[in-house]
Design a protein around this ligand. Structure first.
Ligand SMILES: Nc1ncnc2c1ncn2[C@@H]1O[C@H](COP(=O)(O)OP(=O)(O)O)[C@@H](O)[C@H]1O
Ligand SMILES: [Mg+2]
Length: 275
């Protein structure tokens, strides 16, 4: 498919939880890349720190800066989320946010490399956890390279007002960088305002709404057995469908000459029940 980036405005609406839930139920080969400059949490949390040594994007960055070894070491830095199949792989994030500075000059390099994974043999989708934009040095090159950007938000007023400003900031940046329009969508987590109301007020379609499911979220944060029939896993598993539909529509539209200006998005879309 391509790069699918998840990001939030501020706070902790559930970007990592959502990305992990989606990754565990993805139907195609997938790399989940933790590119949150504030640090990754899946290795220490969901995977219980079960590794013999440091692994992840921090190690890749060190190697790439030292001797350009990103390509030769990439696959050895991944953790198999459902071993031994190597179909759903995790690229763990930095452990110490202080390390994040070393990533800044490399975001474009990672973006290019991730884009190439879609054309690999076998091809991999890349789901990128970009963390929140409120922190300094967000991985903008990854958002610009993404075929789909999912802005994760809770549905209460303070979250929505921060998200509204972020929608405009992302739209502005993508326009400035000549990214064709129509790839930004809202992904709403939990209870609160209605989905169609959110979509209307923020002037951006909601691609899906994930249920408040603290039991599953707890397992995804701290480890344990993830049950596929839990509400969060079912909704996360269904997310791939509208994402793929959006990609297909976008590709078809981009095949038309002249489809370059960012347009105002339609009011609502998504899986049945999402709007
Ligand atoms: N769908 C959900 N239902 C219930 N709790 C959730 C859900 N998604 C996330 N959470 C909880 O919200 C908190 C923040 O989630 P996290 O994924 O770490 O957010 P972020 O990555 O945006 O900082 C965690 O305690 C997590 O367990
Ligand atoms: Mg997170």
């Amino acid at each position: 498919m391509a790069i699918i980036a998840l990001v939030s405005a501020k706070g902790s609406p559930g970007v990592t939880t959502t990305a992990l839930a989606a990754a565990l139920s993805w139907h195609r080969r997938l790399v989940l890349a933790e590119c949150d400059p504030a640090g990754g949490s899946i290795l220490a949390g969901y995977l219980g720190g079960a590794l013999d040594g440091p692994r992840g994007i921090g190690e890749l960055a060190v190697g790439e800066l030292r001797d350009g070894s990103l390509e030769s070491t990439f696959w050895s830095q991944l953790v198999d989320l459902d071993a031994p199949r190597r179909e759903r792989l995790l690229l763990p994030g930095v452990v110490d946010p202080a390390q994040a500075g070393s990533l800044v000059p490399l975001w474009q390099r990672f973006a290019d490399y991730f884009t190439g994974l879609e054309r690999g043999a076998p091809p991999y989708d890349v789901l990128v956890d970009c963390g929140r934009l409120a922190v300094g040095g967000p991985p903008w090159p990854l958002l610009r390279a993404a075929a789909v950007v999912l802005l994760v938000t809770r549905a209460h007023l303070p979250d929505l007002s921060a998200t509204r400003a972020t929608v405009r900031a992302i739209e502005r940046d993508l326009t400035e960088h000549r990214v064709p329009p129509g790839n930004l969508r809202l992904l709403v987590v939990g209870d609160g305002h209605g989905t169609s109301e959110i979509s209307k007020v923020l002037r951006l379609p909601v691609i899906a709404r994930l249920p408040h499911d603290p039991r599953t979220a707890e397992v995804l944060a701290h480890g344990g057995t993830v049950r596929a029939n839990r509400p969060l896993m079912r909704a996360a598993g269904a997310l791939e469908v509208p994402v793929r539909a959006l990609l297909d529509r976008r590709r078809a539209r981009l095949a038309w000459p002249g489809a370059t200006a960012r347009a105002t998005a339609p009011a609502a879309e998504g899986v049945p029940g999402a709007v």
